[in-house]
Write a protein that binds this ligand. Structure first.
Ligand SMILES: Cc1cc2nc3c(=O)[nH]c(=O)nc-3n(C[C@H](O)[C@H](O)[C@H](O)COP(=O)(O)O)c2cc1C
Length: 244
């Protein structure tokens, strides 16, 4: 999270020390950090939600950009949907482009590969996996959720006093807490009771109040599977592409 690195530069040091194949620096200007990652011999990317962000990331020296549309789960921009964003970003930058947001199975992967993406970046599709840290209660909610079950906003960040920049909201399963506060954010920021309610709900796994981050692809999750099974199913994108 680029916005957090200014105060916590040791987070990037720790990420570099772990020697991953790729480091993603998103949600804020990446230029102060990209050089250090590259000098360490590690590839670097940024998730972008607009063409302007994509151009800025490319100019900063990222190896690839992730065009991440508003359907995606967790944090990101909520302005442009994946397909429209992907087409514009592919036209705007020369570095490889990975697509993200709402890609939860082989059909979605085939679609973005056909458009020119080099791959897909996936979050929600893995949330129900055996290997995920998702609690049993949250998992059930995810499997019951339709594609219409998510909402985008800043409620959960404001309630917890997290300093996410306003343009990076979060997409999560819509619940009673979100509905109660989404149009009263200023009031929520001052409300210590609501913050405490959220903290207790998280401990009690009460997801009418606590947040479960997920994107619109949640409608495709039906039952618990291993990551290997989910990835094998993504592999069917090849068969779909061969039909043309
Ligand atoms: C539960 C959850 C946690 C996430 N945490 C992070 C994170 O820590 N850092 C990050 O860059 N993106 C995070 N994301 C966003 C993903 O990197 C990605 O943009 C998104 O999952 C893609 O859309 P999809 O959920 O429709 O697959 C998270 C997404 C989810 C669903």
């Amino acid at each position: 999270m680029a916005w957090a690195l200014a105060d916590r530069p040791e987070q990037l040091d720790a990420a570099i020390a772990a020697r991953p194949a790729l480091i993603s620096i998103s949600f804020g200007p990446p230029e102060s950090y990209v050089g250090r990652v590259r000098q360490a011999g590690i590839r670097v990317t940024a998730q972008v939600g607009t063409v302007e962000e994509a151009r800025r990331a490319e100019a900063a020296g990222v190896d690839l950009v992730v065009a991440r549309g508003a359907e995606g789960g967790g944090h990101g921009r909520g302005e442009v949907a994946t397909l429209a964003l992907l087409q514009s970003v592919l036209d705007a930058v020369a570095v490889p482009v990975v697509a993200a947001g709402g890609i939860a199975g082989p059909r979605g992967l085939a679609a973005v590969l056909a458009a020119g993406a080099v791959g897909a970046w996936v979050g929600t599709a893995l949330l129900g996996c055996t290997e995920a840290g998702t609690s049993a209660t949250a998992r059930r909610r995810l499997f019951d959720a339709a594609e219409t079950a998510t909402a985008y906003g800043r409620v959960f960040d404001v309630a917890q006093g997290l300093r996410w920049p306003a343009e990076y909201g979060g997409r999560a399963l819509r619940n009673a807490f979100f509905d109660a506060w989404h149009d009263r954010l200023d009031e929520l920021a001052e409300n210590a009771d609501a913050a405490e309610q959220l903290r207790q709900a998280r401990a009690a796994e009460d997801y009418d109040t606590a947040v479960i981050y997920a994107g619109e692809g949640v409608g495709l999750l039906r039952s618990e599977r291993s990551v290997a099974e989910v990835l094998a199913e993504f592999g069917r994108a090849e068969d779909l592409l061969r039909r043309f």
